[in-house]
Design a protein around this ligand. Structure first.
Ligand code: SF4
Ligand code: SF4
Length: 111
């Protein structure tokens, strides 16, 4: 076999028909606006924490849908809850509440 020096990446697609992790289901129940995110990236563009930590809220939301709970929780702790992102969101996502739930997912959602 020829070695091209790279390999195909593992698929990162999200199957919207697949059942979500129960903790994520509970989180979405408590903050349904998280389902409205279209991953436009506006929140990340204005994020106060993003400059220092690489915080990108919409990526946390994608992690949630991929079941990457620990990664999501860890990343959510970088949020300073300033609320700047919420002012730019075209879908009215309650980002501050969502990110707070993400950062406390095992404590608050009892999983
Ligand atoms: S600005 Fe709103 S819709 Fe856009 S990625 Fe952020 S949360 Fe999602
Ligand atoms: S509330 Fe959190 S995610 Fe939103 S802009 Fe502030 S630090 Fe970033």
């Amino acid at each position: 076999m020829i070695n091209f020096g790279y390999t195909a990446s593992e698929s990162r697609h999200i199957d919207m028909d697949e059942r979500l992790h129960p903790a994520i289901e509970k989180m979405l129940h408590r903050e349904p606006s998280l389902k409205e995110c279209i991953a436009c990236g506006r929140c990340a563009a204005v994020c106060t924490a993003g400059y220092f930590t690489g915080m990108q809220f919409y990526r946390l939301n994608l992690m949630a849908h991929r079941g990457l709970i620990n990664e999501m929780k860890q990343a959510a702790r970088a949020c300073m809850l300033c609320g700047k992102c919420q002012m730019t969101c075209p879908k009215g996502v309650n980002i501050r509440h969502g990110v707070l739930l993400m950062s406390q997912i095992t404590d608050v959602l009892d999983v």
